[in-house]
Design a protein around this ligand. Structure first.
Ligand code: PLP
Length: 444
């Protein structure tokens, strides 16, 4: 019988061929680090709803969901219609538009902590701006960040990530203080010892949208109280959890109001886009006052060619208005819950150590046992990371792809409001046969 790897190579000749070409023009052959895969990544042609198709014509149930951006699935007719209409009216008018106001109001309606906001083109830009605003507003320099929490790839964001990062000046990392996740006392100690703390930024459900979970309800409330007491700006990075952890993000789910929120992905309805929003007096650090001293010396500068661009505005406003008025999150969450139960049953049936955990439409598989409640995994982050690094997990991802299921990173299922019970039941079947193949390969 063929191994999972042999099967992968045999089933994806078109992708193998394209990877040879791509390797001549792209470092590592890819245009995003998480798309890097051995022996080659898959090349897709199109998507619709919960499905997408590769260059060999194979259909996949898709749980990459546009790196989390597609809560409405691929090419949703309402988004396609809004964007198609706008493209005929202009992709960049070099001016302000009605749709940017509509888009901002749609965000504010879902996230009441956002009094004012500015648009960007990505989550990386949004977190860069949030940190800068915190510094400008407080007049302080340093930002506290949680170990392994991901905030994009700019110099400050890379501090405390799980990668070493050549090319980043020590000076910028020197302004970042990395603390262990979930440890409120560690944050308190840093704030007490150092009078130069401007803000704290975190993924509110834990690193990698909850792959390394936080005891969010308690930790977030504690962090809110601590930052309020000490005048430190609390920044929730809701680039993934925004509009996914609940229609109002993790802040609504856990009833904690940050000072600033960073958004991207779902916010732009599947097109490029980001935003930073929050308390008006902080965001107004960007505002012109028509006073030369303020405007030239104190104001936070914010250009950006594609900020609030008409296509992203049309897509973003349409998506968020749908999220506000239709049971999209309910559908995604119900399907994710069904998937989680099915994966846990499959692992149990096969007597394979492992479990699926997660909240809302973000499900993570760990090939190691744990007696957690399946929402918030209580295993140590070191153990989760070790389990996720195994060759069994690599084989699991490839085996799923061999059977028509594509997942985010190595072990995450991001479910959309377009996934159906049929999709989920098929995925569970595929998961079970994949894990049998992983075992047949001798990896479990
Ligand atoms: C929590 C979080 N913050 C920021 C980013 C960066 O966003 P972008 O890829 O749009 O720059 C990501 C991207 O995955 C993310 O997951």
């Amino acid at each position: 019988m063929a191994t999972i790897l042999e099967d992968y190579i045999a089933k994806h000749p078109g992708s193998a061929e394209r990877y040879i070409e791509a390797s001549k023009v792209f470092p590592g052959g890819v245009t995003h680090d998480t798309r890097y895969a051995q022996p080659f990544p898959l090349y897709m042609t199109h998507g619709e709803g919960s499905k997408k198709w590769d260059v060999d014509g194979t259909e996949y149930i898709d749980y990459v969901s546009g790196h989390g951006a597609l809560l409405l699935g691929h090419s949703h007719p309402a988004i396609a219609d809004a964007v198609s209409k706008q493209i005929l009216r202009g992709t960049h008018l070099g001016a302000s538009t009605d749709d940017e106001i509509r888009w901002a109001n749609a965000i504010k309606a879902l996230m009441p902590s956002i009094e004012k906001l500015r648009f960007h083109s990505s989550g990386t830009e949004a977190t860069l701006m949030a940190m800068r605003l915190a510094r400008a507003y407080t007049g302080k320099t340093k930002i506290i960040k949680l170990q392994d929490h991901f905030h994009g790839w700019h110099d400050y964001a890379m501090a405390g990530s799980d990668h070493s990062a050549p090319g980043i000046p020590e000076a910028s990392w020197g302004t970042m203080l990395v603390v262990p996740p979930g440890d409120l006392t560690a944050v308190e100690d840093v704030i007490k010892k150092d009078p130069d703390i401007a803000g704290v930024i975190l993924e509110p459900t834990g690193a990698h949208f909850g792959q390394l979970p936080l005891d969010a309800p308690n930790y977030l409330k504690g962090l809110r109280a601590l930052t309020e007491e000490t005048g430190v700006i609390l920044i929730f990075d809701e680039v993934v959890t925004g509009f996914r952890a609940s229609p109002g993000g993790a802040q609504e789910r856990y009833s904690v109001r940050p000072d600033l929120t960073t958004l991207a992905k779902i916010v732009a309805g599947g097109l490029p886009g980001g935003a930073v929003g929050g308390k008006a007096d902080i965001i107004d650090m960007i505002a012109h006052r028509n006073e030369p001293d303020w405007d030239n010396n104190h104001r936070v500068y914010h250009p950006g060619t594609f900020n609030g661009n008409p296509l992203s505005a049309a897509a973003g406003a349409t998506a968020l208005e749908m999220i506000a008025s239709q049971p999209i999150n309910q559908q995604a969450d119900a399907m994710a819950a069904r998937l989680k139960v099915g994966i846990n049953e499959a692992l149990g049936n096969l007597e394979i150590p492992g479990h699926a955990h997660g909240i809302a439409s973000m499900i993570h598989v760990i090939l190691a046992d744990c007696d957690c409640d399946r929402e918030l995994c209580t295993m140590s982050h070191a153990k989760i990371t070790e389990a996720n690094g195994s060759s069994a997990v690599t084989a699991m991802k490839r085996g799923l792809q061999n059977r028509g299921v594509d997942i985010m990173s190595r072990e995450t299922f991001l479910v959309s409001g377009l996934h159906s019970e049929k999709d989920i039941d098929k995925t569970i079947e595929v998961f079970e046969s994949t894990m049998e193949a992983v075992r047949a390969d001798g990896l479990i």
